[in-house]
Design a protein around this ligand. Sequence first.
Ligand code: HEC
Ligand code: HEC
Ligand code: HEC
Ligand code: HEC
Length: 408
Amino acid sequence: MKHILTSLILTLLSINIAVAASGDADAGKTKAATCAACHGSNGIGASDTFPNLAGQHSDYIVKQLKAFKSGDRKDPLMAPMAAALSEQDMADVAAYFAGLPHDGGSQDSGSASAGTSTSSAPVAYVPNPAAGKSLYELGDASRNIASCIGCHGSEGNSEVLIYPNLANQHPEYIAKQLMNFKNKSRVNYAMNQFAGNMTEDDIADMAAYFADPAAVANVVSRKIMPAAPITDEVIAGKAKSATCAACHGADGNSPVAIYPKLAGQSADYIIKQLQEFKAGTRKDPVMGPMAAALSEQDMLEIASYYGAQKIAVAELAGSDIGKKLYFGGNVKRKITACVACHGVNGKGMNKAGFPTIAGQNEAYLKAQLMNFKKGQRNNDYNTMMQSVAAKLSVSDMDELAKFMASMK
Ligand code: HEC
Ligand code: HEC
Ligand code: HEC
Ligand code: HEC
């Protein structure tokens, strides 16, 4: 009775003060009655295709409901459900589900763990939960798959409210969403990239990991990407790079802020830059003569050497403003998000000629953005960087450089 009264009063209050909705779990409980058919009365989905909502972050739930309502996220079942909800309803049901125990409580745990249906169909691939764990915790830099732990937290317990918890989610649902992100029927920039780079086997491994994280709790994640191989070029390049060491450091970690680090930079990109310094299409009074003395073979070897070194990045404060711009761009000002080309980890994309900018010296980064803006550096294909830099203000550049320098 008291609950109903409270919620009534709150509902009346919320009509009078039309503020940004903050959720009321009691009111949400009543409103969530319609959701129970699929998401369970305890927030544990009634079957594998219905996601668990118990203990999910309320911010995330609201965001998804808005996306279903606007059509940004498409699902034939959820669209009409969300369409019927006001912002206040959304906040209320979100508060309700967020407050439920993550495992749905003991009362209905039978259906929660009923995800182990055995299939008699022939199995082409046996999913490997340990491989899923490795990919989850370490990602795979060579394929531009970020480690999931950074956003979704240890074992799927996300600490950032806008990143969904994956812990206690149905593995089938996780696999389905990864496929949706992969084929872009569900749109989220970051997730489309990671899932897009995952194979179906990776996705099966990931689902297997979430099916029973405890089973591999003691398994130490194995780095998927092997260290860069020591080739003949790398060995020869080390000797030839002696003349570069004064400015770029013996291992490619330049000690001086205005000289770029070359360690871990993509070899293709280094070769392109050296060719252009030599040809004069990228102008620099210091690098022009240095590159002029190099043959194509020298360039290949030196680039292989630096590319195989490990970049050293100090603990830096970074910049929240820079981070936002890096990942989100700015639609109003038509600034393309840097993440589109330089990647989630700032490691660029070797094959596409997008350089690593993560951990690069801040002063150098800032100088290059300014050079692109002024057109003093114009060796980028299709003016890709010039058109982005043209829209950046000096303070944008400061913040971006601060952020990129702190990326690891
Ligand atoms: C008829 C079944 C059904 C009903 C009723 C239903 N849902 Fe859903 N809901 C689904 C399905 C199916 C999905 C997964 C959609 C997908 O695969 O993208 C989903 C997804 C969601 C998600 C996204 C979860 C995530 O982890 O991304 C939220 C939030 C949600 N529902 C909230 C609600 C709320 C609140 C109600 C009640 C007002 C409700 N649903 C009623 C079937 C239902
Ligand atoms: C940069 C942060 C970030 C990283 C790294 C990341 N994710 Fe996500 N993930 C998100 C966000 C944000 C969403 C919610 C998207 C939305 O709002 O629809 C999401 C959603 C998901 C979902 C759907 C959850 C649901 O309840 O519907 C799954 C599954 C998922 N991610 C798996 C992964 C896996 C596996 C990895 C590692 C390969 C990963 N994510 C890496 C940010 C990230
Ligand atoms: C006297 C100092 C100095 C020496 C020696 C030097 N460099 Fe540089 N290097 C620079 C400076 C300064 C820049 C930045 C130029 C600019 O602002 O465009 C640079 C830029 C570069 C770049 C472009 C990096 C990027 O991220 O775009 C490459 C590649 C490079 N140098 C390779 C070399 C190689 C290889 C050698 C040895 C053969 C060498 N450098 C020797 C000072 C030096
Ligand atoms: C459409 C793809 C694209 C986008 C979007 C993009 N870049 Fe670039 N960026 C490039 C390419 C390509 C290069 C290398 C050009 C060349 O070949 O010299 C580059 C080079 C750079 C460099 C110089 C790196 C070095 O070592 O000299 C910096 C700094 C940089 N980008 C920062 C940014 C920032 C900050 C943003 C977002 C505001 C951004 N980029 C958005 C494609 C892109």
